[in-house]
Design a protein around this ligand. Structure first.
Ligand SMILES: Nc1ncnc2c1ncn2[C@@H]1O[C@H](COP(=O)(O)OP(=O)(O)O)[C@@H](O)[C@H]1O
Ligand SMILES: [Mg+2]
Length: 288
């Protein structure tokens, strides 16, 4: 008997390394994504999240390690990378729609050119997916006539129109005005409920907490911590995860001790520059 679909690995990453010149960006990542699973990747800017995601569909060439997608080794030079990529939808922070094509045409063009579907079939699929993202009535609108949130939903409909087995999202809501974020997240939430396998780099902690089956926290090119959202976001084990979460969950948080120390240091430095004798008590300096 074959393994149940829920345990099949759609993606299997083993000891993935990536360097740009001497910048060693990914330092030995191991991860799996199972059929129907939603995996959210969180972590500070520059930690390698986008590079990780881009290696999965070979937008970046890994330096070493192995990546299997649906059992096919994408790092094998003989693999059918176009065939493998066809099964992956990718949604970026910038929506990357064709500006000269309507929402409908944005959703049909790859279906006819890549999948060789007839125009009618492609249009029908596109309309279905525009409806799914709540934009049936915008089929004829051009990207410039749509809000950022609407453009991103067209980008999602476009990806879905290729019938992907896996959807990769790279911070799909970070370029949006705050009031437009919710619509995009609800579309993603619905996809997750329908059983789409999703790999999502996001800063939306509430979304990750609610929707993810698993959360991966990355820092400095490593997977520092991984587990259920309740564990990683609710009760992180690692100090680096705690510091990151404190910063993103409460950006107004300041450490008063650290502020005072920085203030004193600044004043002592200024005083030292002005006089040969540094003051012992920085508060002795008058306010300016
Ligand atoms: N195409 C590239 N060429 C050179 N360096 C890159 C490239 N893409 C990413 N990097 C570097 O890799 C590191 C990780 O970047 P990235 O994966 O974008 O991080 P994140 O998505 O977590 O913010 C950064 O130091 C970045 O400058
Ligand atoms: Mg990024």
């Amino acid at each position: 008997m074959s393994a149940p679909a829920s345990t099949a690995h759609v993606v299997e990453v083993t000891d993935l390394h990536k360097s740009f010149g001497d910048n060693h960006v990914l330092r030995g990542l191991n991860a799996t994504i199972s059929q129907g699973e939603v995996v959210c990747v969180i972590g500070p800017s520059g930690s390698g999240k986008s590079t990780f995601l881009r290696c999965i569909n070979l937008l970046e060439q890994p330096s070493s390690g192995s990546i299997k997608v649906g059992g096919d080794e994408v790092t094998d030079p003989d693999c059918d990378i176009d065939g493998i990529r066809r099964n992956m939808g990718m949604v970026f922070q910038q929506f990357n729609l064709f500006p000269h094509l309507s929402a409908l045409d944005n959703c049909t063009i790859a279906q006819t050119t890549v999948l060789k579907r007839s125009k009618d079939e492609a249009r029908a699929t596109a309309r279905e997916n525009l409806e799914k993202v709540g934009l049936s009535e915008k089929a004829d609108a051009f990207p410039a006539q749509l809000s950022g949130g609407q453009q991103q939903r067209v980008a999602i409909a476009r990806a879905l129109s290729m019938d992907p087995k896996l959807m990769l999202f790279d911070e799909p809501t970070s370029a949006l005005d705050p009031e437009l974020v919710g619509d995009v997240l609800s579309v993603m939430r619905r996809l997750a409920t329908e059983g789409m396998t999703m790999f999502v780099v996001t800063h939306e902690m509430a979304f990750a907490r609610d929707v993810a089956d698993r959360v991966i926290f990355m820092d400095g090119g490593y997977i520092v911590e991984e587990g259920s959202p309740d564990q990683v976001i609710g009760d992180p084990k690692e100090e680096r995860t705690k510091t990151f979460l404190q910063r993103v969950l409460d950006p107004t948080h300041v450490d008063p001790g650290a502020e005072d120390a920085a203030y004193s240091k600044r004043h002592i430095a200024e005083a030292t520059a002005r006089s040969a004798t540094p003051p012992l008590d920085p508060t002795a300096f008058p306010e300016r």
